[in-house]
Write a protein that binds this ligand. Structure first.
Ligand code: UTP
Length: 602
């Protein structure tokens, strides 16, 4: 059985640009649509397992259990989808996916919906995404987030409901995503936030008719016929591009005040260019009464309408979480409206880590002929005997690393899932062609982001408040360059490890894998000391170098990480971060003895 969660979403900037951008199919003068969308903390929780049929249980709005059962037959599922209603979304996605993938059925138990329905938070897109994710995970389809979005969208298209592409942002789970709509093409990427962002969102309890708004605004597309039509094209085109560009930069810099100002400006531009096309719906008296309330200024940086606009809902960027609470109380007291807050934490400089555990572990034979090296037991600080890898994964998680990828052999998934459940992802290396080759297999997981690379046979403790990994991430955040976590080595130990030499203060000049003692002594001293490399934050340049080396040499038997790191160091520079702490090796018998004796003592 697997657990599933999918949130709702609110469009922060760029509403209506999704369908407008799609119109580029018909009129290439239209600019691509751009939007920033935030995923809510509220969402839909479910569990799912494989079964022969599609069996759904859920709760209706009065918390009464409802259920349905369908055969996994295309005509039956399509018919259910076309009839509309709650189950139609699930049946639609099942039909869409059955058409493209070899899937069986699914028992989907929807346990909890904390998402207010029909409040413009996109609960239908969330249900569709949840269904797509369930099939993806249960049948190991290996779909990316984009793949899940396509299936969710394709499934919803089989129902009478017509959600925009913007709603598919919910597939991203949390944070803010940047979306681009270019004809039928959709690009979605997580946006970076340089400082915590606090939002307040409230339903205005007023009247609005989304269908009328959409019909009225759509009349200006694809070819503008009047000056008002041209105004809307400019608003959803050039103006939207400028605002999204500025707000993206402001959020990345952590200039939340400026982002708030842009939110207010976006509303005033919407009023200037869009309202005359649908005056009844878009004059939005209630929205403007709330937005123009001067008492709000003390708490908010800016605000605007939500979704299709009109008198539906309002959103604010607030100064901090305390201001958010005060605003929520005020809105309730003064206008009788219920508001929710959303806090979006600063984006971590490094969110992902890779741990290769596909080596032979020959230096730990014969133990490693019956147990993988990374599963050798070590007693943790909590007194529990754990497979060493479990301690490493727990340390990464407590250092705020969100996604962890293990490089394993095919067939080992179950073993690691029994330890970590769904919290780890996998990449595969079936032949041990070297540490660099193992890292290269995680290129898709990294997806252009910087990632921590750990040795799968080392543990770390810290001498400071910050963990060893947090120290490494902090060093990367300052330089945004390849960053290597170093520990001092006695000269005699240098032949067992990769050794780095400093050029200047923090910059590294050269990295050498397992040098001889003589070579290290002659060439690798930094201020009379020797530094071994034990953890890394690698950049996309490192993957590019690994790929270049691997593709250029199909007889390679041992692709080292160090040679790729050396080339990146020469071309783009690299930082050495001396970690204040201690390292524990599991990969050499004498070192393992020390690790078992010393690690986890309080
Ligand atoms: P080591 O260099 O210690 O290699 O790998 P190894 O194969 O585990 O051990 P020996 O040298 O035979 O004793 C460091 C980490 O990189 C992984 C290992 O599983 C270990 O976690 N690794 C190494 C791979 O995943 N693939 C490889 O081809 C090599």
């Amino acid at each position: 059985m697997i657990k599933l969660f999918v949130p709702g979403r609110i469009c922060l900037f760029g509403e209506h640009s999704d369908w407008a951008g799609q119109m580029r199919k018909f009129n290439s003068d239209i600019r691509p649509g751009l939007a920033l969308v935030v995923c809510t903390e509220q969402g839909i929780y479910a569990n799912a397992e494989c079964s022969e049929k599609l069996i759904i249980t859920s709760l209706d709005s009065d918390d009464k259990e409802i259920s349905a059962e369908y055969n996994m037959h295309l005509p039956e599922l399509r018919k259910v989808a076309s009839e509309g209603g709650f189950f139609s979304y699930i049946a639609g996605v099942a039909a869409y996916m059955l058409n493209y993938y070899r899937i069986g059925g699914m028992t989907l138990n929807i346990l909890k919906m904390t998402l207010p329905q029909k409040k413009g938070l996109s609960s239908s897109a969330a249900i569709c995404t949840l269904t797509a994710r369930g099939f993806n995970k249960l049948y190991n389809l290996n779909l990316t987030t984009h793949g899940e979005m396509e299936c969710a969208y394709g499934g919803e298209q089989l129902t009478p409901s017509r959600c925009g592409r913007l709603d598919q942002a919910v597939a991203f789970d949390k944070g803010i995503v940047h979306m681009k709509f270019d004809g039928d093409r959709l690009n979605v990427n997580p946006a970076k936030i340089g400082a915590p962002l606090y939002l307040v969102f409230a339903d205005l309890n007023a009247e609005k008719d989304t269908m009328t708004i959409l019909r009225d605004l759509n009349s200006a597309y694809p070819y503008p016929k009047t000056s008002e039509h041209r105004g809307l094209h400019i608003l959803l085109g050039e103006i939207n591009e400028r605002i999204i560009g500025e707000v993206t930069a402001a959020l990345e810099e952590g200039n939340i005040q400026h982002a708030g100002k842009l939110m207010t400006e976006a509303q005033s531009l919407f009023d200037t260019y869009a309202v005359s096309l649908s005056p009844e719906e878009l004059a939005s008296p209630t929205l403007h009464t709330v937005l123009n309330d001067t008492a709000l200024k003390q708490w908010v940086f800016g605000g605007k309408g939500v979704g299709s606009q009109g008198d539906g809902a309002v959103q604010f960027i607030v100064r901090d979480s305390e201001c958010g609470t005060k605003l929520i109380n005020y809105l309730h007291k003064t206008y009788g409206i219920l508001a929710y807050s959303i806090a979006i934490p600063k984006t971590a400089a490094v969110r992902k880590a890779v741990i290769p555990v596909a080596g032979h572990g020959t230096r730990m034979l014969p133990a490693t002929s019956v147990i993988k090296k990374d599963l050798l037991p070590v007693v943790d600080f909590d007194g529990k005997a754990k497979p060493m890898l479990q301690i490493l994964v727990e340390n990464l998680r407590s250092s705020d690393v969100e996604e962890i990828c293990l490089v394993i052999h095919h067939g080992e998934e179950e073993l690691y899932q029994s330890l970590f459940g769904d919290t780890v992802e996998f990449a595969y290396q079936d032949d041990a062609l070297g540490f660099g080759h193992a890292v290269l297999q995680s290129e898709r997981f990294a997806d252009g982001e910087p990632v921590i690379v750990c040795l799968g046979d080392h543990l770390f403790t810290s001498n400071t408040e910050e963990s060893a990994f947090t120290q490494l991430i902090a060093a990367y955040e300052k330089s945004k360059q390849l960053t290597i976590g170093l520990f001092e080595l006695p000269l005699a130990a240098t032949p067992h490890y990769g050794v780095a030499k400093f050029a200047a203060e923090t910059a590294l000049s050269v990295l050498v894998e397992k040098p001889t003692v003589e070579y290290a002594k002659q060439n690798l001293q930094s201020n009379g000391k020797y530094y071994g490399m034990f953890m890394y934050v690698i950049t996309p340049h490192v993957y590019a170098e690994l790929r270049y080396e691997f593709d250029g040499n199909n007889t390679v038997e041992n692709l080292q990480l160090t040679s790729a790191l050396n080339r990146v160091t020469r071309k783009f520079g690299a930082i050495g971060a001396i970690i204040s702490g201690r390292r524990y090796d599991i990969g050499l018998p004498e070192q393992y003895r020390i690790t078992v004796a010393d690690y986890g003592r309080v």
